[in-house]
Design a protein around this ligand. Structure first.
Ligand code: HSE
Length: 438
């Protein structure tokens, strides 16, 4: 086959970017595939406005009707970049039914309806590729499916949401509260208005569910992943973390515990000398440990037209190569031909064992520390460091502690008892610690 025809549904930021990559790098892509890869149809409700790309597609290939792409017999690969859930799912399933291979960047769709869409791809013998759904331009899906495919994946720790990482970076650099930085980020156009799914951990959980599904071979719902956002992190916590030698990041963590899988998204303290502590601004990074390869790190821009388009086009090229070589059937979407013998069981957060950071807000009177320490001891929580700053006569002061490893259920129970003490003025802040310095 000398030409692979591509139809794009959704000509927004990423759609226009994908078109730009395919036209700008047309020759090098043709050389890599052994055939021309040509966008022959593009559907979008708006086919008039300028997309800010050097060369706009010819008017003749633009349509407002997605069905013209889905039912075009000449199109081999349908690229869904419209976003959203129900309509996107309908279009993808229809395209597969029509024998089209599908590329999507829609992590929310895969996180919500992954199993149904993966099954449809296998039933129709078509490819479903989604490199751009996790980590923007970082080729993490390809790394898990190919480069690391000889390994058991032991650990994955990701900074998977650029918006949260940008906000935490600014809070750290400027000492400003969360609400102020969010407001600035929205005004400057760095964050959506409001950036709820970015800052509450949902977007990172979507992406972690996709990583886990590929790494472990069985779809996991993002709803089963414990998630907390960064809204409760204060400049005080960032400052105290620094004094202890840590940075605060929104981490997406998956660990193979043998019979269970740890899977969680939350703000976490990591040692400043941990490689992920230095991933700042809107960058993403994913740290993976495989049983043979050891540690691997992937770093890059997790959003934006050009990086995301780069990932989308890598999927198109992968499929085009398979078509070109005449491969029968396509690899299954999660790159596991058989499901694992054991279903993935996610460990409840109550069973997590990790070190903690606590910030108590207590009156500065004799015996307060011993009352708090007593409750922690009753719950088998061992303190590793304490800082108490400032003395406000009569008013509360922060007492900040790092603990050794403790069980989450014990930590939560101890906090609820401590918060009932009459010398404690405000709710205690808990931040989980990853990669302890102890
Ligand atoms: N909103 C996401 C982020 C980018 O802030 O990282 C798209 O996945």
């Amino acid at each position: 086959m000398s030409q692979i025809n591509v139809g794009i549904i959704g000509f927004g930021t990423v759609g226009a970017g994908a078109f730009e990559v395919l036209t700008t790098n047309r020759e090098i892509i043709a050389n890599r595939v052994g055939a021309e890869v040509v966008v022959t149809k593009i559907a979008d409700l708006d086919i008039e406005s300028d997309r800010g790309i050097p060369v706009m597609p010819p008017k003749a290939i633009l349509t407002v009707d997605a069905m013209e792409v889905i039912h075009d017999p000449k199109i081999h690969v349908v690229v869904e970049l419209m976003g959203g859930l129900e309509k996107a799912k309908e279009f993808i399933l229809k395209a597969m039914e029509n024998g089209k291979h599908v590329v999507t960047a829609n992590k929310a769709l895969l996180a919500e309806y992954g199993p149904e869409i993966y099954r449809a791809a296998e039933r129709h013998g078509v490819a479903l590729a989604f490199e751009a759904s996790v980590g923007g331009g970082i080729p993490i899906v390809g790394a898990l499916k190919h480069g690391l495919s000889g390994n058991r994946i032991r650990t994955c720790i990701g900074i998977l949401n650029g918006t949260s990482n940008y906000i935490l970076t600014k809070m750290t650099e400027e000492g400003l509260p969360f609400s102020k930085v969010v407001q600035e980020a929205v005004t400057l156009g760095y964050a959506e208005d409001p950036p709820t799914l970015d800052v509450d951990g949902t977007d990172a959980a979507h992406k972690l569910s996709i990583i886990i599904s590929i790494a472990f071979g069985s779809p996991v719902s993002f709803k089963d992943i414990f998630r907390e956002g960064i809204g409760a992190v204060t400049p005080d916590d960032i400052r105290f973390a620094e004094e202890f030698g840590y940075s605060i990041k929104l981490l997406a963590i998956a660990k193979d515990l043998g019979d269970r899988l740890e899977a969680r998204v939350h703000a976490a303290m990591i040692p400043k000398d941990h490689i992920l502590a230095n991933v700042d601004e809107a960058f993403n990074a994913i740290y993976i440990e495989g049983d043979f390869v050891g540690p691997n790190l992937y770093y890059g821009l997790g959003a934006g037209r050009r990086p995301t388009a780069s990932a989308v086009v890598s999927d198109i090229i992968g499929i085009a190569r398979q078509i070109r070589s005449g491969t029968k059937g396509m690899p299954p979407p999660l790159a596991h031909v058989r499901s694992p013998a054991q279903e993935i069981v996610i460990q409840p957060i109550e069973d997590l064992v990790t070190p903690y950071y606590f910030r108590f807000s207590a009156l500065d009177t004799p015996g307060v520390l011993s009352k708090i320490a007593g409750i922690l001891a009753d719950h088998k929580i061992s303190i590793s460091s304490v800082i108490q700053k400032g003395r406000k006569s009569g008013g509360p002061v922060p007492i900040v502690m790092l603990t050794h490893e403790a069980r989450e259920s014990a930590a939560q129970k101890a906090i609820s008892l401590i918060d009932e003490l009459d010398v404690v003025a405000d709710k205690t802040v808990l931040i989980r610690v990853e990669g302890s310095r102890q």
